[in-house]
Design a protein around this ligand. Sequence first.
Ligand code: FE2
Ligand code: FE2
Length: 488
Amino acid sequence: MMGQRSLVAASLLALVSLATPALAHPNHAAATPTLAPWQQASAWPDRIITTFETDPTTSFAVTWRTDARVTQAVAEIVRATPDARFDLGATRKAADSEPLDLETIKTAGQELKMTWNAGLAPVTYHSINFDGLEPDTLYAYRVGGGDGKWSEWFQVRTAPKSGPIKFLYVGDAQNGVLSHWSRLIRAGYQKMPDARFIIHAGDLVNRGSRDIEWAEWFKAVGFIHGMIPAIPVSGNHEYDSFGIIPAQRRLLSALWRPQFRLSSVESLPATLRETVYKVAYGPDLDIFVLDTTSEDLAAQASWLDQALSQSKAKWRIVTMHHPIFSSGEGRDNLSRRNLLLPIFAKHKVDLILQGHDHTYARGTIAETDPQRPERSVVGGAEDVAMMFVNSVSGPKQYKFKSSRWDEYAPSGVRLDRFGEGTQFFQTIEINGGALQYRAYAATGELYDSFDMSKDAAGKKQVTKGPVATMEQRTYGPNFPYRDFKDPQ
Ligand SMILES: [Fe+2]
Ligand SMILES: [Fe+2]
């Protein structure tokens, strides 16, 4: 076995040296970065993260990493019990394993030397989809590395067939991921430790192919990734601008697909594999994930239109990176809005969760009856069609539009709450026809809230949630706007 591994490792090394002459990315610094010890792979599993590939009521997926000496790995799963030796009946399964050369990316007939990953040895990503599970059941699993090197046992609960669903949603982490974002995401976990999943609405890191930034992202969340599945959304910073390939100006990070085991939409172009997908979280909630950086947005839009038509779920959420209504000063996404907003409106998507603008913004499009417009608000409850949120979880902050969305008035959207200079996480709880939304600062203080209800006929109303404990957040005159550096 060891001989076989050595042979594979030697082949990988040979591949790396054959990769020259390679082209340097013009934006890469020439200096070799200092490697953090916790960034480097070993024979032990690390960067363990749970996701959804198939039905969350009966399955969940896990991905982990080792160094390239480990070419095959196994994982074990068992129903969790109070028994101290719950593990004795565990089932062992073989993982899917793929090597990844972090220094050289082979794409479009070229080999790109990733100097920002210089000095990093090739790694192997392993993944498995645990399926055939029971709904709303707690499972324990562990993942293997080389020769008996196991992770600890993690516990994950499958989705319920009915009953409440709680989850977290965060906007851009992107910068200062270990130094500043870690406290925010950990505060989110403390606020809602029984969250069933976490939506990361794009720009998880600043440079999507730079390994140290992912090392920070995994270290910041730590064991939480092994317990609460992630629903990652790709943002523009998960794409790298390889100016030396004119035909493909932007490419999805080489790390995205190896490190997240997600589902795909068969009918869409292969470039959208594992960046455009649907998560049907039990019968009450469908989540549609879009890739708004991709140039294949029209194909996504027609898939979404069809998928929303077929959706039987009580609640439908779309999550994507670029917001329909921009909140950062000087920013707008006109073509995306023109393409997607009519589809959202046609299907009255309940909630649109976005990022990109490094501010906080929440706005409503009310449901109006042209015959009786005064009926849209009665007794503090407003008839609503759609709710839009842009949020930010990392430390880099932009200035909010001085227009406060006035230019979007023809769309019928009304800005309900905005904020600057603050990191946020959001908790969302769905219980039958009731949805509770809360936005909190990293200190756990409430910044924004609403409650939404939906009756059997699909009629939605919004009422105010608990009153915020924080004042409106705006910049002071000396706030360090956009000032955040990448890790060295
Ligand atoms: Fe961003
Ligand atoms: Fe972005």
